[in-house]
Design a protein around this ligand. Sequence first.
Ligand SMILES: NC(=O)C1=CN([C@@H]2O[C@H](COP(=O)(O)OP(=O)(O)OC[C@H]3O[C@@H](n4cnc5c(N)ncnc54)[C@H](OP(=O)(O)O)[C@@H]3O)[C@@H](O)[C@H]2O)C=CC1
Ligand SMILES: O=C1O[C@H](COP(=O)(O)O)[C@@H](O)[C@H](O)[C@H]1O
Length: 512
Amino acid sequence: MSSSPTSSSSSGAPSAASNNPTTVFVFGASGDLAKKKTFPALFALFRSNLLPTHTRIVGYARSAMTPAELRERLSKFIRTPTDQDKKTLDEFFKIISYVHGQYDSDEDVIKLAKAAAEVEKKCAQPSSDCATDRVFYLALPPSVFIPISQQIKRHLTDNAGYKRLIVEKPFGKDLASSTELADALAANFAESEIYRIDHYLGKEMVKNLLILRFANVFFGAVWNRQFINNVQITFKEPFGVEGRGGYFDEYGIIRDVMQNHLMQILAIVAMDRPVDLSAEAIRDEKVKVLKSIPHLTVHDVIVGQYTRSGDGKVVGYLELDDVPKDSITPTFAQAVLHIKNERWDGVPFILKCGKAMPDRKAEIRIQFQDVAGNIFPHDLARNELVIRVQPDEAVYIKLMNKKPGLSTETVISELDLSYKQRYGGDYIPDAYEALILDVLRGDHANFVRSDELDVAWRIFTPMLHELERAKHKPEPYEFGSRGPSSADEQLKRHGGFTRHSQPYTWVPPAKH
Ligand SMILES: NC(=O)C1=CN([C@@H]2O[C@H](COP(=O)(O)OP(=O)(O)OC[C@H]3O[C@@H](n4cnc5c(N)ncnc54)[C@H](OP(=O)(O)O)[C@@H]3O)[C@@H](O)[C@H]2O)C=CC1
Ligand SMILES: O=C1O[C@H](COP(=O)(O)O)[C@@H](O)[C@H](O)[C@H]1O
């Protein structure tokens, strides 16, 4: 059996990872991410037979827990609608074990190494080496990344097969702290062994961007400053930061969402065609386009902080127990970026993200230029290509159409590729499922490379420091509102509103 990773099949169909015995260590197994995302994703892969045949999962955290307690904790977040799923879940728990200990203790991590060797011995086939491949998933707060990575290197990497380290964001708070973290990880793991998760890169519609852009001749032809007026990348959530105030207040929405998720999307929307689909070719193009973006200043950004809801039922950000009463941490931000290259010079990229907004939505909106020399008696709305990342994945193009009937009136309509209607019940995997499978296959394409991170921080760090130095107060906005009104004004200033007077709302098509 080869120890090299199996790449996805040439048809692009999902393929299992290499079939070497594999141990997946989940550090922080008692935590929120582990129960909501990591274990459910591992279960989904197990159920689809996409984990290597001899896979063992070893959870590790400081909390003492029996296997039954761990099972009870995790089961609440794993959906098992059928009896067969319930049986599969029983099988899944047979491959999971748990060890508790400190993250910086030689003694405890040696105990973990011994426990892992035991379970690996049990699953070894008579003719094969014991679990030769190891994946280390850090579902931990960033303060622990460095000590645990040192411990892993010291006590858990004597296996014969690959060693892959999965790290969760935030990757630092600014350029300096990100570089410090990168250097510390690099002291113990090669870049080829590190998988930095930005889970937006695992979302179906973000993965679809490469195909939409580079497998369709008509998009390729108009994807530039001559035809595109502006690009809007939006993330909204209808809830605040209850329960996560401590973490959130230290980071804020710019570091939590904009600098990573929205910038990753921007990079894929704006990059040039990679020479091929290899991870390095794609990431080279992303780095190249990010390098063409001048760093932001406070004048490029609008920040807001949510207050109590209009009906008084939901408390404001500053009323949360774990948030300082004088916090200036933004829960909303909108920034305008420019890409100084031949393709994009003069086209604003408007990134907007907010907590406590009216609804949940993540989308990419490409607004095309106005029609020159309009011969029709009405204003023409701009064409727009909208890629809806969530909810209800869709790609649609807004266009002008003749109103059916005897008049020649124009109406705004759309060409609509709504996934539910088009693909019915086709399964759309959770981002974490797709990304963990990529790690098992050794595919880095949907992970953040260290130099990408570096450039993204170079763009944001001066503005973040300026905001903090000046103690810039975010504008208040009511929980459940659109955010500060100055954000709409900024959008208008950068051409983000069309002049058409006809009201238009996208309505998902009725099921055929
Ligand atoms: N939760 C989410 O939805 C998301 C999380 N992430 C990222 O994933 C990582 C894990 O997040 P999440 O699971 O929410 O974090 P948690 O706060 O739940 O922490 C995970 C585990 O780490 C241990 N831990 C917590 N605080 C400390 C500490 N100060 N020192 C040592 N150990 C500690 C705890 O286990 P024990 O005490 O048992 O050791 C805890 O169960 C973070 O980097 C986060 O930013 C990214 C995207 C979404
Ligand atoms: O990384 C994060 O993402 C979530 C939103 O993720 P989604 O997949 O539900 O869209 C966000 O709530 C959180 O603040 C942030 O840390």
